[in-house]
Design a protein around this ligand. Structure first.
Ligand code: YSA
Length: 326
């Protein structure tokens, strides 16, 4: 068979091929070591110099063309095979991709970050403390001795390990910080606190507080009021009605509480006062040398007032219809 008809025959066969394995046989038949074109090359030695060159050249060209055709056909068959598999497996590659929903920070986290930013600008450092405390830090060091009725103010969740508890407020961090740092300083302490009490629209068993502590030589209740009024103005972005009234905490003297008015109702948002001398003593600071104020605000309640949320429990039940609104 001359080279031309060999090429035409090969072309026809390649075109008709439907299976990859048949294409492999064609490869062997034409291109392989024992294939038709190799045989032509082997026969060249019996030809004259001139013919050897001519036929050799043609055979090389045809070998390349056939190789190319086989490769192209292989690609075509592979593509068909893949889409056939996709069809069978039920995957529709033409469908648009699924949109991945982006998450965002929980409203309480957003509020905490904003509160920290405002106090940061007023020169307060952010400090953290442990969720698990012992009786000393949560009560005794804060001037609440055993059997003092004030312990009843905080319904405590006790751990099975004796004398350990889930902190009922962020105030123990005052002691931790003052044990390790000398005044003057101003800090805020965000964190979770836990109380064994019945829940309602404004009470959770787990909620967030932000403790504040400022100690220096000459700090007064007027400084506390000024800082709080400035904070509320920045936090709510407008003037809000604030009511300061006398309160009672064993770790401050005098003590106050503050409420904010919204929708014709007052909501208690914080407790505060001037640090009691016994608290300084417990933290090994001399109360004759230092004065300070402290406060503990309910972060959840501030978030409720800011976003007009009427039930604190919405923050914790994971309902996306609520969370997606922030
Ligand atoms: C007082 C004086 C200081 O020198 C420092 C801090 C304090 C506050 C004190 N440690 C304390 O915990 N006071 S408190 O029991 O009245 O709580 C403070 C605020 O937390 C409340 O005003 C309220 O806004 C919020 N809160 C209290 N119980 C809550 C609650 N928020 C949600 N759920 C509860 N169960």
């Amino acid at each position: 068979m001359d080279l031309k008809s060999l090429k035409i025959k090969a072309q026809e066969k390649i075109q008709k091929t439907k299976e990859l394995k048949d294409l492999d046989s064609l490869w062997r038949e034409y291109i392989g070591k024992k294939g038709k074109i190799s045989k032509i090359f082997n026969a060249l030695k019996d030809l004259s110099e001139e013919e050897r060159r001519k036929i050799g050249k043609q055979a090389n060209e045809i070998k390349e063309q056939i190789r190319h055709l086989i490769e192209e056909k292989r690609k075509e068959l592979l593509e068909k095979e893949t889409s056939k598999q996709e069809m069978e497996s039920g995957i529709d590659v033409t469908l648009p991709g699924k949109k991945i929903e982006g998450g965002h920070l929980h409203p309480l986290t957003q509020v905490l970050e904003r509160i920290e930013e405002i106090f940061g600008k007023m020169g307060f450092s952010i400090v953290e403390g442990p969720d698990i405390e012992n009786e000393w830090y949560n009560f005794d060091a804060l001037n609440i001795p055993k059997d003092h009725p004030a312990r009843d103010l905080w319904d405590t969740l006790w751990l099975k390990i004796p004398k350990l508890l889930l902190r009922t407020h962020t105030s123990p961090v005052q002691i931790h910080y003052m044990e390790k740092n000398n005044p003057p300083f101003r800090i805020v302490v965000p964190g979770r606190v836990f109380r064994y009490e019945a829940t309602d629209f404004s009470h959770e068993i787990q909620f967030y507080q932000l403790e504040g502590l400022m100690v220096d030589k000459d700090i007064s209740l007027a400084n506390l009021k000024a800082i709080l009024i400035q904070f509320f103005k920045n936090f709510f972005g407008r003037e809000v009605k604030i009511r300061f009234r006398p309160g009672y905490f064993p770790f401050t003297e005098p003590s106050i509480e503050a409420d904010i008015r919204l929708n014709r109702k007052w909501m208690e948002v914080l407790g505060a006062g001037m640090v009691h001398p016994n608290v300084f003593k417990a933290a090994r600071l001399n109360p004759h040398n230092w004065q300070g104020f402290a406060f503990g605000m309910g972060v959840d309640r501030l978030a409720m007032l800011k976003y007009k949320i009427n039930d604190i429990r919405l923050f914790y039940n994971g309902d996306l219809r609520f969370l997606e609104q922030f």
